[in-house]
Design a protein around this ligand. Structure first.
Ligand SMILES: [Zn+2]
Length: 343
C-alpha cells in the first residue's frame, strides 16, 4: 500500500520527497514573524517517524551542526519512515546566544505547555502539537550549560528490553546515564506519552566541539539503523561500547576562588583523588576539590572562577569501573584527532 503524505502545518510532504517548512511560532514585538525551521524527509516506505531536534536551549549549538550534517548525509537517501529534523527549537534564545526565552524561562521546563500560557508555555504547546506529537521516536540534542562541558553521553530512562534501551545502546556514546526525568522537559513529556526518547549531551554551550559533533552524527545514524530506517549498504560493525552508569554526583568548590583543574574530561578517578585546586588570587588560601567516589569525569566547569559550593566536576559511578574506562578509551580512539588534544 502506498504511503500517505506526511502533513505538517497543513503542508503535505509526498512519499520519497523532502521539504523545508518554516513553522510559525509567534510575532516579535517588532511585528516581524518568527519561525521554527523544520526539514521533513518522508521516505517511500513505511517506518518510524523520528524527530531529531537541537537548540531547545538556545545556546547549545553542537546539536544544530549535528542536524545539518545528518540532513546532508548520503546515508539517509532511500530512508524508511520519516525524519523530522529541527536544528533550532528555541529560536529566540539562539538569536540572543541564550539558553532561555526572552522572559527568562527555560523552554525545556515548559512542556506540555498551554496555548493560553506565557511565551514559554505557548512555544512548548505549539512545538508539541505541530511536531512532537507526530513522532514515534525522539532524539533530543544538548550540550553542557554555559561554561560547562560534557563528555558525550546519553540520558534516558531505560527499562530492560525497551526500544529506548535499544536506541541508547546503538547510539554508541561511551556513557549512558539512567537519568531522572525533569518535570516539564521534552523527555518527560515524551516518556509519559510512551514515545522512546534519548537525550544526547555532549560538549559545551556556545561552542562547536568536533569530538561532540562527529559522534553525535554517527550516533543518530546508528540509532536510525537500529530502528530499521536506513536501507543502503552498511558495515555490520557493532557500535562502540557504551557503559551504563549507576549514578552520578558533582564535586563542588570547597572555598571561593580560582580553579585549576587537574583532570580531563573522560578521566578515571578514585575516591579522594584531587580533581582540581581552588585558591584565592594570591595563592594564600588553597583547597583541593576531591572525588567523593570512584568514577569517570563526565562533565566539568570550563570557567576557572568558582564560588563555594559551586558544581565543578561531574563524576559518574559504575559497577565495573574498568569497563567504563575502556568504553571511554574506545571512544577516544574512534576520534581523529583524539579527545585529549582537543580539550
Ligand atoms: Zn540543554
Amino acid at each position: 500500500m502506498a504511503r500517505a503524505p506526511f502533513e505538517l502545518t497543513g503542508i503535505k510532504v509526498m512519499p520519497g520527497s523532502r521539504i523545508q517548512i518554516d513553522v510559525p511560532v509567534a510575532k516579535l514585538y517588532t511585528h516581524a514573524p518568527l519561525h521554527i525551521p523544520v526539514e521533513v524527509v518522508h521516505g517511500r516506505q513505511h517506518g518510524p517517524v523520528l524527530l531529531v531536534c537541537g537548540g531547545i536551549h538556545g545556546d547549545e549549538i553542537n546539536g544544530v551542526e549535528i542536524v545539518r550534517r545528518l540532513l546532508r548525509s548520503r546515508q539517509i537517501q532511500g530512508l524508511r519512515g520519516t525524519l523530522v529534523a529541527v536544528p533550532i527549537v528555541n529560536v529566540f534564545g539562539f538569536m540572543q546566544h541564550s539558553r532561555y526565552l526572552p522572559d527568562r524561562r527555560d523552554l525545556n521546563r515548559c512542556f506540555p505547555g498551554s496555548e493560553t500560557g506565557s511565551l514559554g508555555g505557548r512555544i512548548a504547546a505549539l512545538f508539541r502539537e505541530q511536531i512532537v506529537d507526530h513522532a514515534t521516536h525522539i532524539i533530543d540534542l544538548h550540550t553542557g550549560a554555559i561554561h560547562r562541558t560534557n563528555l558525550p553521553q546519553i540520558r534516558a530512562q531505560l527499562s530492560p528490553g525497551s526500544e529506548t534501551e535499544r536506541m541508547a545502546n546503538a547510539f554508541g556514546a561511551p556513557v549512558i546515564l539512567n537519568a531522572e526525568l525533569r518535570e516539564g522537559s521534552l523527555r518527560h513529556y515524551a516518556q509519559n506519552k510512551g514515545i522512546p526518547v534519548l537525550t544526547y549531551e555532549a560538549g559545551e554551550a556556545l561552542r562547536f566541539d568536533e569530538w561532540a559533533i562527529t559522534p553525535g552524527v554517527r550516533g543518530v545514524l546508528r540509532a536510525m539503523r537500529r530502528l530499521g530506517m536506513l536501507t543502503g549498504e552498511h558495515r555490520r560493525r557493532s557500535p562502540p561500547a557504551a557503559e551504563l552508569a549507576n549514578g552520578s554526583s558533582w564535586a563542588r568548590a570547597p572555598i571561593d576562588g580560582i580553579l585549576r583543574p587537574k583532570v580531563r574530561l573522560g578521566a578515571r578517578v578514585a575516591k579522594g583523588d584531587v580533581l582540581g585546586k581552588v585558591a584565592d588570587p594570591f595563592g594564600n588560601a588553597e583547597a583541593a576539590v576531591t572525588a567523593i567516589a570512584d568514577g569517570i569525569v563526565i562533565g566539568m566547569s570550563r570557567l576557572p572562577l568558582a564560588n563555594e559550593g559551586e558544581a565543578l566536576f561531574h563524576i559518574a559511578r559504575f559497577d565495573v569501573i574498568e569497563e567504563a574506562e575502556s568504553a571511554v578509551e574506545g571512544f577516544h580512539s574512534s576520534l581523529e584527532p583524539p579527545l585529549d588534544s582537543l580539550y
